[in-house]
Design a protein around this ligand. Structure first.
Ligand code: PEP
Ligand code: MN
Length: 334
């Protein structure tokens, strides 16, 4: 961390800042540039001093050198983290495909979709039992019943299941039924929920908030890692911009950026990022080409009858074609 003093700061001001830093357990290296004093602050506790130093009238600004997240950073861990979801390795080089309906609507719909995505080559099943909906009158999922159906469909097809948890209090239910816990975009900064999923030994798929920066996404991951759960997978799902032609704006640049800043695997969700079936496959292909560790895609056997997000659901045949493309792109990249 670097502390830049005000041009008119006197010797007493500089000494006071140095004493403050040393009292905080850090060391200081003093230099000056054109008469202005610049202090290099070194030490593990430097971040804790940051705001107090920045608030001093004699300090012009504080410049961070290290990122504010630690456990999620590439500096902390150079090699890529591989997370296993029920034996399926995410981040090991082979793109992982997670597919299934937006929501569990009935046993018949879930099983037919699970079997269809399995036949199309999916590695993992997705589906929401507890749905975060903008309107309280929309279909909000089958709840605990839906979770049980997901477990049964997973057992029947052999596809491990990823499903979204909304409330910290539901954690035991999810640990019992899910192979991976999804924290959705709307809950990326639900800190009690992050704490709770950080406490358990299940992989977590953490989606980027629709108004979150990449740094905020990595800080949300840091909450989970800091609680002791190292099995974190990030997911880019599009962000809100001024563009209205797509539901969100897919931020594909987040994939190489996250790869540079963090050791954690990152998936891409072409369904929520575009909101339109026509754009799902092109963006999924682009994400794999950009280095994503996999995709999470919505599929429905009857999109026209879906209770949630039918507009962006692929038909099983479209999904199977996309899976072939994903494999071809991955092979070409190798
Ligand atoms: C979902 O994947 O079911 C979902 C609700 O996505 P998001 O949190 O990205 O909106
Ligand atoms: Mn959806």
């Amino acid at each position: 961390m670097i502390v830049v003093m005000q041009p008119l700061a006197g010797r007493d001001d500089v000494s006071a800042v140095i004493s403050r830093v040393e009292a905080g357990g850090c060391t200081v290296h003093e230099t000056s540039d054109d008469g202005r004093v610049v202090l290099g602050v070194l030490g593990r506790d430097a971040l804790a001093l940051r705001d107090a130093l920045a608030a001093l009238p004699c300090v012009e600004r504080v410049v961070d050198i290290a990122p504010p997240y630690k456990l999620a950073s590439r500096e902390w861990r150079r090699s890529a983290t591989v997370v296993s979801i029920g034996g399926v390795a995410v981040g090991a080089g082979n793109p992982v495909v997670i597919a299934g309906p937006c929501a569990v609507e009935s046993w018949e719909q879930l099983l037919a979709t699970a079997e269809a995505v399995k036949a199309g080559g999916a590695h993992l099943l997705r589906g929401g039992a507890f749905k975060p909906r903008t309107s309280p009158y929309a279909f909000r999922g089958l709840g605990a019943e839906g979770l049980k159906m997901l477990r049964a469909a997973s057992d029947q097809t052999g596809l491990p299941v990823v499903t979204e948890i909304l409330a910290p209090g539901d954690i035991d239910l999810f640990v019992q039924h899910a192979d991976a816990l999804q924290v959705g975009a709307r809950n990326m900064q639900n800190f009690p929920l992050l704490d709770e999923v950080g406490r358990v030994g299940k992989p977590v798929v953490l989606k980027r908030g629709m108004m979150a920066t990449i740094e905020e996404l990595l800080l949300a991951a840091e909450y989970i890692l800091a609680r002791g759960n190292t099995q974190v997978i990030l997911c880019e799902r599009g962000i809100r911009t001024f563009e209205t032609a797509t539901r969100n704006t897919p931020d594909l640049a987040a994939i190489p950026v996250v790869k540079q800043l963090s050791h954690l695997p990152i998936l891409f969700d072409p369904s929520h990022s575009t909101g339109n079936r026509r754009y799902v496959a092109p963006m999924a292909r682009a994400a794999i080409a950009a280095g994503a560790d996999g995709i999470m895609v919505e599929v429905h056997v009857h999109p026209e009858a879906a209770l949630c997000d039918g507009n962006q659901a692929l038909l099983p045949a479209e999904f199977a074609a996309l899976k072939r493309d994903v494999d071809a792109i991955a092979a070409a990249l190798r």
